[in-house]
Design a protein around this ligand. Structure first.
Ligand SMILES: *[C@@H]1O[C@H](CO)[C@@H](O)[C@H](O)[C@H]1NC(C)=O
Ligand SMILES: *[C@@H]1O[C@H](CO)[C@@H](O)[C@H](O)[C@H]1NC(C)=O
Ligand SMILES: *[C@@H]1O[C@H](CO)[C@@H](O)[C@H](O)[C@H]1NC(C)=O
Ligand SMILES: *[C@@H]1O[C@H](CO)[C@@H](O)[C@H](O)[C@H]1NC(C)=O
Ligand SMILES: *[C@@H]1O[C@H](CO)[C@@H](O)[C@H](O)[C@H]1NC(C)=O
Ligand SMILES: *[C@@H]1O[C@H](CO)[C@@H](O)[C@H](O)[C@H]1NC(C)=O
Ligand SMILES: *[C@@H]1O[C@H](CO)[C@@H](O)[C@H](O)[C@H]1NC(C)=O
Ligand SMILES: *[C@@H]1O[C@H](CO)[C@@H](O)[C@H](O)[C@H]1NC(C)=O
Length: 491
């Protein structure tokens, strides 16, 4: 009796009454096919939702119908619904609270409909939603809060629409921890808020598809893609030829910018995306009382750098907060300890911060201060020790190989040891390696070049550093100027 009444006609209170009466009894609409937990009503010429759908369904297929409207609570009676397929319908908008009480939904396919605007309320409360298919609609606009609260989202497909802007800012570090696919390809974006794009979590950047848009060729655009290309992202590799941009927005002057980058030769691409902090490690050994200078030369350069040192004995040292005659911090980042003490030994970490570009890089110097031999033996033991040492030396002299004498030279003159590296040696990713030196891996993040070298000319002890690993070489590579964009600047 109830079955009959629920078909086609508006059921109103009758349906509620029947549902209450029948409790869990499952009703399969005549035009659908129902299995244990799946309902398929596809290609059934439906113009509206069947009135009663089995409440135990996990999957509901409504694709290839003529649905043009969904009312509030359309899936109210299906608390277990996880997969909802509504591709190839005629939906141009979704009403309020369509997915109310359907918070089990994990996959929603609304592709190939006629949606124009993705409104903020559409998917509200669907915190379990993992996959959202909205491709091939007529979407021009995605409202700012659309993705808010969709904290389980893994993949979102917006391609083949007419989107001109997208709320990248709504995707932040911890808002969508599982999002690894954001497909915005084949839309109409001419420019993107590149700062927001660069601020996207790494996983989202890696899974961001932007090919076949209407991008305008500009340095800020190119530098972002350049970095993605450096990181070998599939989103670029798989669509090399579909990444096009137009020169001055002129549609006929379109270039495949991943293949032909001559137009961007004057762009500064080096420092636009912040990467894991770069660490160079070096070692310095000095005698107590000596003057030590520790350079803070990192991958960053320029006038806008500020420097902070973390020292094992004195904590943080900044340019302004320093009030110590024994320690000085020069504007170029060099830290000078006028008379090193044994207690000054340890790891010194310098952080250079580029305020303008919001980048920072660190450099570590391992300082070891040793007691000078002469001063450490001035107590009563000296004579006795001296005798023993002399005896040993005599014995060595008599019975072992003669001294080859490089060690018997006069003591080194007082020098200022400097931990430094030659910045020109890794100025560009394109510059050839200067020599086959072995970088020593300390950990997977640190690359160290511990290689003390006596500088012939001024007798300095140098911790010489050569090519850093490829993944951060690009940070230094942008010394070129450009007429096109604001990101370029002489550094
Ligand atoms: C649906 O959700 C509303 C509030 O979100 C709640 O008041 C109502 O009881 C729910 N209805 C069902 C059938 O679960
Ligand atoms: C590029 O996008 C247009 C619509 O913007 C679409 O018609 C075309 O098929 C897309 N091309 C590719 C190769 O995806
Ligand atoms: C790059 O700069 C050089 C020298 O300033 C200039 O001759 C050249 O035309 C520029 N290239 C482009 C593509 O604008
Ligand atoms: C530095 O310390 C001395 C005393 O130790 C004090 O008189 C002086 O005001 C301090 N200067 C600053 C800039 O804090
Ligand atoms: C930094 O400045 C100090 C003092 O002016 C100078 O001695 C030192 O060599 C400079 N360091 C570098 C790396 O230029
Ligand atoms: C140096 O270190 C020793 C032990 O680590 C400590 O007893 C001594 O007080 C320190 N001296 C100074 C000046 O910090
Ligand atoms: C360096 O950058 C990281 C991330 O970009 C930031 O968390 C950190 O606070 C920065 N450090 C300094 C000293 O600015
Ligand atoms: C610094 O050097 C000393 C001696 O060369 C070594 O014992 C110590 O482990 C080093 N520290 C770090 C952090 O590399």
């Amino acid at each position: 009796m109830c079955r009959k009444m629920t078909f086609g006609i508006y059921p109103g209170p009758f349906l509620v009454f029947c549902l209450l009466l029948h409790g869990s009894e499952e009703i399969c609409p005549s035009m659908c096919l129902c299995t244990s937990d799946m309902v398929s009503c596809s290609s059934s010429a439906l113009t509206k939702l069947p009135q009663s759908l089995p409440s135990s369904s996990v999957s509901l297929d409504l694709s290839y119908n003529h649905l043009s409207w969904l009312g509030p609570g359309s899936f109210n009676g299906m608390p277990r619904l996880e997969n909802l397929r509504m591709a190839h319908n005629q939906l141009s908008a979704l009403g309020h609270a369509v997915f109310q009480n359907a918070s089990s939904l994990r996959h929603i396919d609304l592709s190939s409909n006629r949606l124009r605007v993705v409104e903020q309320h559409y998917f509200q409360g669907l915190w379990r939603l993992e996959e959202l298919l909205l491709f091939n609609n007529k979407i021009t606009h995605v409202e700012g809060g659309t993705l808010n609260g969709l904290s389980s989202l893994k993949k979102a497909y917006f391609s083949l629409n007419q989107i001109t802007e997208f709320p990248f800012f709504s995707i932040q570090d911890h808002s969508h921890p599982f999002l690894t696919m954001l497909d915005l390809s084949s839309n109409r974006m001419t420019t993107l808020p590149w700062e927001d794009v660069k601020a996207l979590p790494g996983l989202v950047q890696k899974g961001l598809f932007l090919h076949n848009n209407s991008l305008i060729c500009e340095c800020s655009m190119y530098s972002v893609f350049w970095h993605w290309q450096m990181r070998d992202y599939d989103s670029l590799k798989d669509f090399m030829d579909e990444h096009t941009c137009t020169i001055y927005g002129e549609p006929r002057a379109s270039i495949r910018f991943l293949r032909h980058n001559r137009f961007f030769q004057n762009c500064t691409v080096g420092k636009a995306v912040s990467l894991p902090v770069t660490v160079f490690l070096s070692t310095v050994v000095v005698s107590e009382g000596e003057k030590v200078r520790l350079d803070c030369q990192t991958s960053l350069s320029g006038a806008d750098l500020s420097f902070t040192w973390l020292s094992p004995s004195k904590g943080y040292i900044t340019q302004t907060g320093i009030n110590d005659t024994l320690i000085r911090l020069f504007p170029n980042g060099t830290l000078e300890i006028s008379a090193a003490k044994v207690n000054d030994s340890g790891l010194y970490v310098c952080t250079a911060v580029d305020i303008k570009q919001m980048l920072n890089a660190t450099r570590e110097v391992n300082v070891t201060v040793v007691l000078p031999l002469a001063e450490s033996f001035n107590t009563g033991y000296t004579t006795l020790l001296g005798c023993v040492v002399t005896m040993v030396l005599i014995l060595i002299y008599l019975y072992l190989t003669p001294c080859r004498c490089s060690c018997c030279k006069q003591p080194r003159p007082q020098v200022i040891p400097i931990a430094a590296y030659d910045p020109s040696s890794f100025s560009s990713i394109f510059s050839p390696s200067t020599g086959p030196r072995d970088p020593l891996k300390i950990s997977n993040k640190h690359v160290a070049f511990i290689e003390p070298v006596i500088d012939e000319q001024n007798g300095c002890l140098k911790a010489d550093m050569d090519q850093p690993a490829l993944q951060w070489e690009w940070e230094n590579s942008g010394q070129i100027k450009t007429p096109y964009s604001g990101i370029s600047s002489e550094t």
